[in-house]
Design a protein around this ligand. Structure first.
Ligand SMILES: CC(C)(COP(=O)(O)OP(=O)(O)OC[C@H]1O[C@@H](n2cnc3c(N)ncnc32)[C@H](O)[C@@H]1OP(=O)(O)O)[C@@H](O)C(=O)NCCC(=O)NCCS
Length: 158
């Protein structure tokens, strides 16, 4: 389980692959809250067929075993030829800016390495580009629209 160093006054968080179905449900609920309610993505486009085979990840308040302590999520899809695609990276608004997103990404990358992926790609919303750049992802290609939100493809070799 990835752990986090914390500044004074900020709760500790940890990230891990989803194990229990209650964790998976909590992860999906966070996606609905962040992408559908906050970013107005159509609800029918949020959960998709990739969710069935994807590896899902959660970030939670450290030591909080109950699903109510889950504050962030991400997923990893196998695109073949050693390429994994990270997506649906979301942290509840009240827990942002505390390193939770970075903690989640490190957890996904560790699992991706363990599964034999050699390259990770993602489609970054433009506002999140600096977040991914700090984690070593490099943008390529033109800006494109997905659900009316501007994105760019980003890539990182593991
Ligand atoms: C993008 C998101 C996951 C980042 O999560 P977070 O927990 O706030 O990020 P962290 O606190 O771990 O930030 C890690 C670093 O990235 C930086 N960062 C995070 N979001 C940033 C942003 N929007 N612009 C610039 N820098 C950003 C932080 O300042 C921090 O930098 P530091 O290491 O120098 O301190 C979160 O803002 C979110 O859920 N947004 C809504 C959903 C979304 O848009 N997801 C991305 C879809 S592509």
């Amino acid at each position: 389980m990835n752990q986090q160093h914390r500044p004074f006054g900020i709760p500790a968080y940890e990230a891990a692959p989803v194990i229990a179905s209650s964790e998976r449900e909590a992860a999906f609920a966070i996606r609905m809250k962040v992408f559908v309610e906050e970013q107005t993505v159509p609800p029918e486009e949020e959960l998709d067929a990739y969710d069935v085979a994807a590896l899902h990840f959660i970030a939670r308040l450290a030591g909080e075993e109950d699903a109510s302590g889950i504050v962030g999520t991400a997923r990893l899809i196998d695109k073949g030829h050693g390429v994994g695609k990270i997506g649906r990276v979301a942290v509840l608004i009240e827990h942002r800016g505390r390193g939770v997103g970075a903690l989640l990404m490190r957890c996904v990358e560790k699992a991706a390495s363990e599964h034999g992926f050699t390259e990770l790609i993602l489609e970054a919303q433009l506002h999140a580009l600096p977040f991914y750049e700090k984690l070593g992802y490099i943008a390529e290609g033109d800006v494109f629209l997905d659900c009316a939100i501007e994105h760019r493809l980003m890539r990182k070799l593991l």
